[in-house]
Write a protein that binds this ligand. Structure first.
Ligand SMILES: [Zn+2]
Length: 146
């Protein structure tokens, strides 16, 4: 668990609340239950053993419907990112920064990041954090490892 309160240096480093409610359904419910428990869960096919993300009902490799989850270490590298400067996102203090992180387990996840986008470097190490929302769900937000 990581405290994302870094100080008043950058608006990107402040915990933010009031995010849009994420799309949840029977295929993604486990993921959001995981984030609520501050765990990053990855779907694993119990037939062929491969990990997959985003969540889905069937394995894209062997088409099995049988799966369980593994807890990610929460570390990975920055694969890509975009900065949404316009229109502004009301839940964010500054531009919304959306990252694509390749987890050490091999799957890629989309998330926000608590880092000034002007300092982001493709390939740099990132670590997951969790931001509890007043509405009862928890979002992931990556940051640089300590
Ligand atoms: Zn499979």
């Amino acid at each position: 668990m990581t405290d994302l309160t870094v100080g008043a240096v950058s608006p990107f480093a402040l915990p933010r609340r009031g995010r849009s409610f994420p799309a949840m359904n029977q295929d993604t419910a486990f993921f959001w239950e995981g984030t609520k428990a501050h765990q990053l869960l990855i779907q694993r096919c119990t037939s062929c053993g491969r990990l997959r993300h985003p969540p889905g009902p069937a394995c894209p490799h062997c088409h099995s419907f049988e799966w369980n989850t593994v807890v990610s270490a929460g570390t990975g590298t920055l694969y890509s990112f975009v900065v949404q400067r316009h229109p502004t996102a009301p839940a964010f203090d500054g531009p919304a920064v959306i990252v694509l992180v390749e987890l050490d387990e091999g799957v890629r996840v989309i998330s926000n990041v608590a880092i000034d986008p002007d300092t982001l470097v493709i390939g740099e190490r990132l670590e997951v954090g969790f931001v509890d929302q007043d509405e009862g769900f928890t979002v992931t937000e990556f940051h640089r490892p300590n």
